[in-house]
Design a binder for this molecule. Structure first.
Ligand code: SF4
Ligand code: SF4
Length: 320
């Protein structure tokens, strides 16, 4: 079983895939309960609850694939993080892995929300970074983690919860210094004040932080770019068609969500959210030539879009 499932994963472009036991991820759950955002998160930490199968009939498979960081996006474009630019590909890859494993005759649970970073640490893929991410030896924190919940007894000798306590990244503190909102401390990440989290919950973002958003449209790689564990990783150029789609004027007027979704998962392309971020990007880069496009967003029924557009217009007018 191990070689078949792993071979399928490698054939799909994962760089490695390993099985672990289905014991509950208690270390992860306890850590989550001790951070502000964790108490608001509804993740299942126990594969038995997620599947309804007895522990001895569960194997959790974990696979990782690189999501290389981007070079700086060209001037005039909004920015997408490396994880997001590869997200549609990662989603398709996981579905293909699941389909292939079903074709091999196994039963699985789809759309499982088990803690993928905790599963990857149990599998021995890396350590827990102070920035909240898995840090691997060869790809740093720029990896996507896929988890597959399989109805099969775990192979003899696979890693279990005795490996769940990660030694940690070494805590050099460079990510703490780099984070624009002060979200990282020696205790880890306060995701409630992380820019990445504000993008999906825009009404929670204090107006005083709008300027810190820069020209980010989805994601924030600042703490990863600062991390010495990522220093040697080659950055990718965004595809030429995405550079066109990410021009701020296009995002403000009519983001081409259909075309962008060949790279970016649809969940990350909600049109009003993209326009809200583009309004901030226009203001934060002083694009007074885009003032009329931003003004047109005022009055939107989307409260966050209306609020951000008003802020952006006020700021752009002050530049005129
Ligand atoms: S920057 Fe330093 S403290 Fe932060 S995750 Fe990287 S190694 Fe850990
Ligand atoms: S993603 Fe950005 S805002 Fe969030 S912790 Fe990292 S540097 Fe800070």
């Amino acid at each position: 079983m191990i070689s078949m499932i792993r071979d399928v994963a490698l054939g799909l472009g994962y760089i490695d895939a390993r099985p672990v036991t289905g014991h509950p991820f208690n270390v992860w759950r306890d850590r989550l309960m001790n951070i502000p955002l964790g108490q608001h998160m509804m993740f299942e930490h126990d594969p038995v609850n997620a599947s309804g199968w007895p522990l001895e009939e569960i194997t959790v498979w974990v696979a990782i694939a690189p999501t290389p960081p981007m070079v700086d996006w060209p001037e005039g474009c909004g920015e997408l993080g490396g994880f997001y630019l590869h997200s549609a590909q990662q989603e398709k890859r996981l579905i293909a892995w699941e389909d292939a494993v079903i074709d091999l005759g196994f039963e699985i649970v789809r759309d499982v929300t088990l803690p993928e970073r905790a599963a990857a640490i149990r599998a021995g893929f890396g350590v827990h970074g102070l920035n909240g991410l898995l840090i691997t030896p060869h790809y740093g924190s720029f990896v996507n983690i896929s988890v597959l919940l399989l109805h099969a007894a775990p192979p003899h000798g696979v890693r279990g919860p005795e490996h769940d306590l990660s030694p940690g990244c070494g805590s050099c503190g460079d990510c703490i210094k780099a984070c624009p909102t002060g979200a990282i401390t020696g205790d880890g990440v306060n995701a409630l004040i992380c820019l990445r989290n504000y993008i999906s919950r825009p009404l929670r973002m204090p107006v005083g932080d709008y300027q810190k958003m820069g020209r980010r449209i989805q994601g924030c790689d600042t703490c990863q770019q600062a991390c010495p564990c990522n220093a040697g990783i080659t950055r990718e150029y965004p595809p030429a068609d995405m550079i066109e789609h990410m021009k701020i004027e296009k995002l403000l007027a009519a983001p081409d969500v259909d075309s962008m979704s060949q790279y970016v998962m649809r969940d990350y392309l909600q049109e009003n959210r993209v326009k809200s971020q583009a309004a901030l990007a226009a203001a934060n880069t002083g694009r007074t030539d885009l003032l009329s496009l931003v003004e047109a967003l005022i009055g939107s029924e989307d409260e966050a879009l209306d609020k951000m557009a008003r802020w952006a217009v006020e700021r752009l007018r002050s530049h005129e």
